[in-house]
Design a protein around this ligand. Structure first.
Ligand code: FMN
Length: 163
């Protein structure tokens, strides 16, 4: 039986998306590689090797990470031929998070993805700069949000890709 090769490509400003990527790596079947766009720069692995490609970014000011947006743009022809898992981390949930997710990736990928979801984006205050701390505190208080790392949704996400 052929072993499924998966790569998780992610970008993470303060570490939360990286944490989800690492959790997924443990939960997915087959060979799983991690690829941090923050660290890899232009020396990327050959994406055509992988049957399944998981892409994860974080939402800041309503938008997905720029590194993820350009990775997706540059690889779209290959991505539409692969099994896809797409996710974002965000402090909003519900309808607002779905809206952000739907503009974080091109429709053609979202429609084809085996699974696409948002995960609660905790805020690692010690890693935020002064301005980011103020923005985060104001929004969280105004919207009564309390984002914490969630395990169940990640497990469900992995289960869908493992089927
Ligand atoms: C300055 C700032 C702006 C943010 N803007 C948004 C936003 O517009 N929508 C949202 O859902 N989450 C927003 N977040 C929450 C981040 O998406 C969340 O903390 C995420 O987990 C960060 O992941 P990372 O550390 O991997 O980059 C913001 C966080 C910060 C610090």
């Amino acid at each position: 039986m052929k072993i499924n090769n998966t790569i998780i490509v992610y970008a993470s400003r303060h570490g939360t998306t990286a944490e989800y990527a690492k959790k997924l790596m443990k939960l997915l079947d087959g060979n799983v590689d991690l690829c941090s766009l923050d660290e890899r720069g232009k020396s990327m692995p050959d994406m055509s090797f992988y049957d399944t490609i998981v892409i994860g970014g974080s939402i800041h000011y309503g938008k997905n990470s720029k590194l993820i947006v350009s990775f997706v743009k540059n690889n779209i022809d290959l991505l539409i031929t692969r099994r896809l898992g797409l996710f974002v981390t965000s402090y909003y949930d519900g309808e607002r998070a779905l809206q952000q997710l739907s503009s974080a990736y091109p429709k053609e990928l979202l429609n084809r993805a085996v699974v696409a979801d948002f995960f609660d984006g905790e805020l690692l205050y010690q890693k935020l700069n002064f301005f980011e701390k103020i923005v985060a505190k104001v929004v969280l208080k105004a919207e009564e949000l309390d984002p914490i790392i969630e395990k169940l949704k990640v497990i469900e996400f992995a289960e869908k890709l493992n089927q």
